[in-house]
Design a protein around this ligand. Structure first.
Ligand SMILES: NC(=O)c1ccc[n+]([C@@H]2O[C@H](COP(=O)([O-])OP(=O)(O)OC[C@H]3O[C@@H](n4cnc5c(N)ncnc54)[C@H](OP(=O)(O)O)[C@@H]3O)[C@@H](O)[C@H]2O)c1
Length: 277
């Protein structure tokens, strides 16, 4: 497809950083921004899959740099962000990497190590990277930060306390950052997806209503960023559920949420794992 020039809401044409670009939603976002002619900085953990996505993007004629990094190391991520930004300014930082998990049927709650891992990958590191991005963007008076949360942030999920808790933290951080950076010409968008058909959701065993394709999710995200939207929730049904969660009294809500059931296959064993496109 022919590359088309694009610009962020504030007219900048710099590089786009995407974390979690080695699979799922992040990989689709990389392809869309490459088609739009944006130079890319792609981060992931699996260097092989990351390079395959980078090759696809380079076929659109854009410059692509990759970095393989484990986001559990938040200090390394902050340092890497500053190095990459100093090499060539990042005007759009899309922090899409994330990790899903839930307790097994035999356990009362998730393992302590899982809670720590999800806290780091889903909340602490993306928030710290957003702060590093904000420092640089405020200095330049332009830029846009995108944080990918989840509709799980809206509800207390008894079998996924770490996932819903980490995404709830990210949601609150994003809303606060949006207000703090608005006077400085820097945009912040929170994305709260429902189920998207990626390696993450393929681990989940159970009802997945209104499952979206990664390509459709990526298109919605790009559109929300173009419009400078503060918060995108999709599909729309989850906006209604969010409202219901707010108005239903706590005893009834606790009863409903405690009826929810789901299971998951172990990591790396879901259909399509290792060959994410
Ligand atoms: N799929 C859904 O149903 C759904 C629903 C709501 C929200 N989301 C959110 O959407 C975002 C993208 O998820 P996805 O559905 O595209 O899942 P995915 O296909 O599993 O992709 C997750 C991405 O995050 C990266 N990642 C995970 N742990 C990492 C770590 N420790 N260090 C560095 N990178 C790491 C993965 O890298 P490697 O593959 O290289 O390890 C991969 O690129 C996540 O924030 C997720 O929470 C997804």
């Amino acid at each position: 497809m022919e590359a088309q020039p694009s610009q962020t809401m504030n007219g900048a044409h710099g590089r786009v950083l995407i974390t979690g670009a080695s699979g799922g939603i992040g990989a689709e976002l990389a392809r869309l921004y490459a088609i739009r002619g944006r130079d890319l900085l792609l981060w992931g953990r699996d260097a092989g899959r990351l390079e395959a996505i980078a090759r696809d993007c380079r076929n659109c004629g854009v410059n692509v740099t990759t970095r393989a990094l484990d986001l559990q190391d938040g200090h390394a991520a902050i340092t890497a962000y500053r190095e990459d930004d100093a090499a060539s300014p990042i005007d759009l930082a899309i922090l899409a990497a994330g990790l899903g998990d839930m307790k097994t049927a035999d356990d009362a709650t998730e393992k302590a190590e899982t809670v720590l891992e999800l806290g780091l990958v889903n909340y602490a590191t993306p928030s710290a990277m957003a702060a590093a991005a904000a420092e640089a963007m405020v200095g330049r008076g332009r830029g846009h930060i995108v944080l990918v949360g989840s509709v799980a942030a809206f509800h207390a999920i008894p079998f996924a306390a770490a996932y819903s808790g980490s995404k709830a933290g990210l949601k609150r951080f994003s809303e606060s950052l949006h207000m703090a950076l608005a006077p400085h010409g820097v945009g912040v968008t929170l994305i709260s997806p429902g189920f998207v058909d990626t390696a993450m959701s393929r681990r989940v065993v159970g009802f997945k209503p209104f499952l979206q394709t990664p390509a459709s999710a990526a298109r919605r995200i790009v559109h929300a960023v173009d419009r400078g939207q503060a918060h995108l929730v999709f599909p729309f049904l989850f906006s209604i559920l969010r409202f219901v969660d707010v108005i239903v009294p706590w005893p009834l809500k606790r009863w409903i949420l405690s009826q929810l059931k789901a299971g998951q296959v172990p990591r790396g064993q879901a259909a399509g794992d290792g060959q994410k496109k």
